[in-house]
Design a protein around this ligand. Structure first.
Ligand code: AMP
Ligand code: GLY
Length: 421
């Protein structure tokens, strides 16, 4: 099978690494790829992911059997609809189903219609009505702009003053004229849960927890994720059973019944509350950096699973995750998520990656000759597997210590919660 992988981050490097192990893979091409992905794929760096015509042309010229879409933006833009119309198999949902991530209002209304547990909410088009609602409900309370906000657009207000002050701000974040959501504040532990969905069949693909804050002790500004580990200890077999029955399966059924079946990986961001799992949000792709830890634990053939997902054949498949624990430590450029320097040299990545159980995925790098350079905020994902979290963590941090990059930083407490349990 010839596969085209779309994306350029650590998530896509992990996917490329695992796809490359498939016995049925004959060629892997990536658009645009990165220096890590280039170890497994031919990268076409000149085509932007917004150029759907050019992507279709590559598929035709290369006789691609499956397109694997890494990030959400092309899905929300309808890349799957376009490629499917050309007869190409795609791992990733069509535009309508991708609204699960693209529109919070779409997801909340779907939850309301199908009794899926989520935070109670109101939707508002006027600031004054929104402030009235906030005054009636009190704090803590959560305000959200609609649309693809790339992790921004959410204010968790712990006081009434903060919440009232945030109303105008949240209206300004969204597309002009769109409503905002105001939600009940959920208390509990957050979990990322992944399922492959082929329209009908839902196969659990493992859980993870990530660390969104920049600094140790979960302090500092929000980021795209500074590290992750899998499995999530709080996500017991019983929690998984409930989440499938109460949240993920009803969602898949609702979309299938509504003539927009979901095909791809469905990433449920959950809050594990005292009343059980509640949906915070859906994403229509693998998490980044959660994907990196899932790929280390996955046994068997990723390509077979992704192809079965794309072609509606998951009923005959099985997902097998190693019982081991995996962890990933994100190395970011100093200053991230604020402003940071690009182009600083990184050495020792090969040595670090040669440690047993360790893989270093490239998230934001480029090469100049043979020298590896930082080329983004989140730059490397130092990922390790071990018999338990403690072993995986020791391996990951040993590998981090071998990387020579003075302009980089990482958190030193990834997986603290799992170790405390
Ligand atoms: P989102 O962009 O929807 O993932 O929200 C970003 C973060 O805000 C989540 O990961 C949670 O930590 C937090 N959050 C979102 N909604 C709620 C809620 N209803 N209650 C508590 N925390 C929330
Ligand atoms: N790590 C969270 C996300 O990918 O959205």
């Amino acid at each position: 099978m010839k596969v085209l992988l779309l994306g350029s981050g650590g998530r896509e490097h992990a996917l490329a690494w695992k796809l490359a192990q498939s016995p049925s893979l004959t060629a892997l091409i990536a658009i645009p790829g990165n220096p890590g992905i280039a170890e497994h794929a031919r990268c076409i760096e000149t085509i932007p992911l917004t150029d759907h015509d050019a992507i279709v042309s590559v598929c035709a010229a290369e006789k691609i059997d499956l397109v694997v879409v890494g990030p959400e933006a092309p899905l929300v833009d309808g890349i799957t609809d376009r490629l499917t119309a050309e007869g190409i198999n795609v791992f990733g949902p069509r535009r309508v189903a991708a609204q699960l991530e693209g529109s919070k209002l779409f997801t909340k209304e779907l939850c309301r219609q199908h009794d899926i547990p989520t935070a109670a909410f109101g939707r508002f088009s006027q600031a004054e009505a929104a402030r009235d609602f906030v005054r009636r409900r009190g704090a803590p309370i959560v305000l959200k702009a609609d649309g693809l906000m790339a992790g921004k657009g959410v204010v968790v207000a712990m006081t009434l003053e903060e919440a009232l002050a945030a109303v105008d701000e949240v209206f300004a974040m969204g597309t002009p004229g769109t409503e905002i959501l105001i939600e009940e504040f959920l208390e509990g532990e957050e979990v990322s849960f992944f399922c492959l969905v082929d329209g009908e069949t839902v196969l659990p693909f493992g859980s993870a927890q990530d660390h969104k804050r920049a600094f140790d002790g979960d302090q500092g500004p929000n980021t795209g994720g500074m590290g992750a580990y899998s499995p999530a200890p709080v996500f017991t077999a019983e929690m998984e059973r409930r989440t499938l029955a109460e949240i993920v399966k009803p969602t898949a059924r609702a979309l299938a019944d509504g003539d927009s079946p979901y095909r791809g990986v469905l990433f449920a961001g959950l809050m594990i509350t005292i009343d059980g799992p509640k949906l915070i949000e859906y994403n229509v792709r693998f998490g980044d950096p959660e994907c990196q830890v899932l790929m280390l634990r996955l046994e068997g053939d990723l390509l077979e699973l992704l192809y079965a997902t794309a072609t509606g054949a998951l009923a005959d498949e099985r997902v097998s995750m190693a019982p081991d624990a995996a962890i990933t430590v994100v190395m970011a450029a100093r200053g991230y998520p604020g402003s940071y320097e690009k182009g600083t040299p990184i050495n020792g990545v090969e040595v670090a990656g040669a440690t047993p159980g360790v893989h270093v995925f490239h998230a934001g790098t480029r090469r100049e000759g043979t020298q590896l350079l930082a080329n983004g905020g989140r730059v490397l994902n130092v990922t390790a597997i071990g018999a338990n979290v403690a072993e995986a963590r020791e391996r990951a941090y040993d590998a981090v210590a071998r990387i020579d990059w003075p302009e980089g930083f990482c958190r030193s407490d990834i997986a603290w919660r799992a170790l405390a349990e």
